[in-house]
Write a protein that binds this ligand. Structure first.
Ligand SMILES: Cc1ncc(COP(=O)(O)O)c(C=O)c1O
Length: 400
């Protein structure tokens, strides 16, 4: 049939041959997915993975990345979300209902706590806080539905007593959800933990960090091994219209090839910095779970048997330093950029006042303002020099 040029431009005749093979998988961008026939339309099973029916339910591009992340983490089923925080919110909104109790570690990623506090105010959910290194502070009632775990916590970096917390949660039939961003599926297998082979029910992962690796893309994932849990999450995901951009997925997929190398390199450099930071008199405490002096060291050792520990290290300044000194310190850094997040090529620094961040008393943490370093891919000697220079600047200003 003869067609007008405008129509021919839209219905281009060339199709990629099935046999073509490339290093990266082809990129599918889709809102509409075309059905080959009304039979295919009426027989679609949009709740099944790999039954493509509409962009929000997934494309080969999103399923490829999801499969990779699920396998990396030791899980089976997966969903992608537009950010790590939206992955957390998906779990909260899927499993929590009015009257339920949810348990969160005191060192949990702050916006998760904020989200839960919001649910508490608006929907009558009770939020309870536990100390991740004191399992006895986790005292679930029969209303408890979900416990959030994070290993290690984002700012003070305590590694939780995972085995004891999971066992207690399982004994009370409470769902366990782990924010797996720090371990990234590389430091430990959350679905097969330690000697006892315990498993969490759900992992969420801010793919924004190590999987993206560029400091430029936001994405999250939710992984399970349990089909029933996945189906519930899948339905919530679908009715909330959560979806991710194929282009962003393809960028993360491309970065996965170098993820383990970057993770191990950043872990190693963080350990180099840890050793140096511990010798600086301006810091009264250096926080890193793989440090034998750390209060949570034995829990880290029990679970992270290959010795991995991500690229984060925090310091607490001597309390003689006021906020202005810490601000001078951060402003004097040249290589470390002031910004949230981690896992990218550029080292980052952020300052925190612990007093505003914790509900419980923590005897293992000294008083003072905290600075967190996120180690990028720069040479550790240059990073040390940068911190040394900033410390000298603080001293100089104080002596003026
Ligand atoms: C431990 C942890 N979980 C989740 C998130 C949220 O990820 P996103 O920034 O993609 O929303 C972050 C972000 O900083 C994080 O540090």
């Amino acid at each position: 049939m003869k067609q007008n040029p405008q129509t021919r431009l839209i219905h281009a005749p060339r199709k990629a041959p099935q046999s073509i093979s490339t290093i990266q998988p082809p990129l599918y961008r889709a809102s509409t997915i075309i059905f080959n026939s009304t039979d295919a339309l009426f027989n679609r099973h949009w709740t099944d993975d790999y039954d493509y029916s509409y962009g929000t339910h997934g494309t080969p591009t999103t399923f490829t990345l999801g499969d990779n992340i699920a396998q990396l983490e030791g899980g089976v089923y997966h969903l992608l979300t537009p950010s790590g925080l939206s992955a957390i919110n998906l779990v909260n909104s899927c499993f929590l209902s009015q009257g339920d109790e949810v348990w969160v570690a005191d060192n949990i990623y702050g916006p998760n706590m904020e989200h839960l506090r919001n649910l508490e105010k608006r929907y009558g959910i009770t939020v309870k806080v536990y100390n991740p290194i004191q399992v006895e502070t986790f005292q679930p009632t029969d209303k408890a539905k979900l416990i959030w775990l994070e290993a290690a916590g984002s700012v003070t970096l305590e590694f939780p007593d995972l085995n004891s917390l999971i066992k207690k949660a399982q004994a009370h039939h409470i769902l366990t959800a782990l924010d797996n961003t720090w371990g990234a599926g590389l430091a430990f297998n959350a679905f097969d933990l330690g000697e006892e082979h315990l498993s969490v029910d759900i992992t969420v992962h801010a793919l924004t960090k190590y999987p993206s690796g560029g400091g430029d893309i936001l994405m999250g994932s939710v992984v399970t091994r349990d089909k029933e849990l996945h189906n519930k999450l899948f339905r919530t995901h679908a009715i909330q219209g959560i979806s991710v951009s194929g282009d962003d997925v393809a960028q993360i997929q491309r970065s996965l090839a170098s993820m383990q190398l970057r993770y191990e390199h950043q872990s190693k450099n963080a350990l180099t910095l840890l050793t140096w930071l511990k010798n600086q008199s301006e810091f009264i405490q250096v926080l890193h779970p793989a440090d034998p002096d750390n209060a949570s060291y034995s829990y880290w050792k029990e679970i992270c048997q290959q010795g991995h520990s991500a690229g984060l290290v925090s310091v607490i300044f001597d309390s003689k330093h006021q906020l202005q000194d810490i601000r001078n310190f951060c402003d004097s850094l040249k290589l470390f950029k002031l910004g949230f997040s981690w896992g990218g090529p550029v080292s980052l620094v952020m300052l925190y006042n612990l007093k505003d961040m914790r509900v419980l008393e923590h005897s293992h943490l000294k008083d003072g303002l905290l600075v967190r370093f996120c180690i990028g891919l720069e040479h550790p000697e240059d990073l040390i020099q940068d911190i040394q220079h900033a410390l000298e600047q603080v001293k100089k200003v104080k002596n003026e």
